[in-house]
Design a protein around this ligand. Structure first.
Ligand code: G4P
Length: 534
């Protein structure tokens, strides 16, 4: 195994072997392909890449659902667990569509590390940069995979420079590509002095690994043609001189990213990356919470909901809340306290998303993600504990930056539309406001493409064509304060008042001037851009 020491020596072995991470990338860089190969090497599927969903459908949150249907394998759209060597990997999906949503931010609150996939020809693209910035906010460790090396790609030093400069992070090569495009042979493993050769004949075959004694080993010449060998020696020498050596602590601190080169579609470089996640990726980390932090090794269970998903099973409209376990050893049937309502909840049918099979979770440990089917009691940001009143912090809720009106194509279906929108509001996919006056709804999102995603989901999941249209309002503020003062405010501003899915009062504004006026005229009414997620 790799020469790394555990990042937190006190963890029980079951927790220490867990690696919980997400993949961040720009669309088309190869996230889906890499996920398939993870599952393949994790023993979860027999053969990857045989059937692929084509076109736009693949770009939405149905990525994994499409895989599920096409291949008859059972994977969830949100979290997958699989074993690799002695490790348990939990891969949490970041939404696939090319727009930004709160969902994406929140997913990244549930992981301990991210794998950044970039296309060797394109380098750091816009979506990657945005997601990287989110990881940076949390100092998440990042491991980089430079994909599609079987195609013409950029010079290796250029790629590394671009990451260093664009993302302001140290980059250390964990492998070095030999040749590129048609000539791509494989990689020199910089960490273990091995030669990894790609098998072009069979995409699902793991690369041949040849142990050598450094770059002067005569055995190299048996596998690498002269001109490539000379180039390899030169480049590796330069890389060793110019680029920082791998520093496991800097990786854990999020200031250095090791980069592996490979070709996901050819299964090449993927195992080395997985070894890297196992060896250099963080173990389950300490969770920030109020009034105190939660340590993964604490014997009592605590966890938080970072995602709610409805309609996973079209046959019934249950929701599944995804709970990241922050501590302890969970066993099926446990009674946990739902901290927000202070009510006990028996968790009798939790689901563990083992990629091979979606199955009942008999047990789970800190670091794992379990799905809890429920009828809407569990909300994003909720904390579950064995009794202690802890509240996990750091789960963001943003004020919607874009507002649009929403109507059903068929006016008789307004009730259905309300149901659909309320459900998306609970999932956290959008903010939904019902204005006091008039019909229809105002929907608020963080990124423009979310409107399209919502429209297609409402049509797909509820059979309901909808129209989004411009509205006079530009932003929304939650209003709170003494009951009589809020009532007076509401009565005097009926045209601009709405209620959100919890029934809380929302003030829809047209201009900053509106807000300034309220602040002046109603000193007891408090307007806020975000609502605490609890
Ligand atoms: P995404 O989830 O990040 O959006 O990317 P995805 O894995 O769907 O890959 C995007 C395209 O890149 C796919 O081609 C995929 O086959 C291809 N690809 C992935 N990894 C590699 C690689 O290592 N080398 C090469 N040459 N191509 C790769 P597509 O034409 O869009 O789809 P398909 O027809 O191949 O399914």
């Amino acid at each position: 195994m790799l020469d790394t020491s555990p990042n937190r020596p006190d963890l029980p072995p079951e927790i220490a072997r867990r690696r919980t991470f997400a993949i961040i990338s720009h669309p088309d860089a190869g996230k889906t392909t890499l996920t398939e190969k993870f599952l393949l090497f994790g023993g979860a599927i027999q053969m990857a890449g045989q059937v692929r969903a084509k076109g736009e459908a693949r770009r939405t949150r149905s990525d994994f659902m499409a895989m599920e249907k096409d291949r008859g394998i059972s994977v969830s759209a949100s979290a997958m667990s699989f074993d690799f060597r002695e490790f348990r990997f939990n891969l949490v999906d970041t939404p696939g569509h090319s727009d930004f949503s709160e969902d994406t931010y929140r997913t990244l609150t549930a992981v301990d590390a991210a794998v950044m996939v970039i296309d060797g020809a394109k380098g750091v693209e816009s979506q990657t940069r945005k997601l990287f910035e989110v990881c940076r906010l949390r100092d998440l460790p990042i491991l980089t995979f430079c994909n599609k090396m079987d195609r013409e790609s950029r010079d290796t030093f250029d790629i590394i420079d671009e990451i260093q400069e664009n993302l302001a992070i140290d980059v250390t090569p964990a492998s070095w590509p030999i040749g590129m495009g048609q000539d791509f042979l494989g990689c020199y493993d910089m960490l273990r002095d091995r030669l990894e050769l790609m098998d072009r004949a069979d995409r699902n075959v793991v690369a041949e690994s040849i142990k050598i004694e450094g770059l002067n080993d005569p055995a190299l010449a048996e596998h690498v043609p002269d001109h490539l060998l000379e180039q390899l020696r030169e480049e590796v020498e330069m890389a060793r001189e110019l680029l920082p050596r791998l520093d496991p602590q800097a990786v854990l601190d999020g200031t250095m990213t090791p980069i592996w080169f490979g070709s996901a579609i050819n299964s090449f470089g993927v195992k080395e990356l997985m070894d890297g996640i196992a060896g250099y990726g963080p173990q389950p980390q300490i969770q920030s919470a109020e009034p105190r932090q939660i340590l993964p090794e604490e014997p009592k269970v605590a966890g938080f909901v970072f995602k709610v998903q409805a309609n996973m099973d079209p046959k019934h409209r249950d929701r599944v809340a995804f709970l990241r376990l922050a501590s302890g050893h969970f066993k099926r049937g446990m009674k946990l306290t739902h901290v927000r309502s202070k009510k006990p909840m028996a968790i009798s049918n939790p689901v563990l998303f083992l990629a091979a099979d979606r199955e009942l979770a008999e047990e789970a440990w800190a670091g794992d993600i379990i799905g809890i089917p429920n009828h809407g009691q569990l909300r994003i940001g909720d904390t579950l504990t064995e009794g202690e009143a802890l509240r996990v912090t750091g789960i963001p809720s943003f004020a919607p930056e874009l507002l649009q009106g929403c109507r059903a194509g068929d006016p008789l279906k307004a009730k259905h539309l309300e149901k659909a929108l309320m459900q998306f509001a609970e999932e956290g996919a959008a903010k939904v406001f019902k204005p006091n006056i008039g019909s229809g709804f105002i929907v608020g999102v963080v990124g423009a493409l979310q409107f399209e995603v919502l429209a297609s989901r409402i049509e797909l999941e509820y059979g309901l064509p909808v129209r989004f249209e411009p509205t006079q309002f530009t932003s929304a503020r939650w209003a709170s304060g003494p009951k009589d003062k809020v009532e007076a405010f509401v009565n005097a501003n009926k045209q601009q008042i709405a209620h959100d899915h919890d029934g809380d009062v929302v003030y829809l504004t047209r201009l900053q001037w509106d807000i300034d006026r309220v602040v002046r005229d109603y000193p007891d009414v408090h307007l806020t851009a975000t609502k605490e997620m609890m």
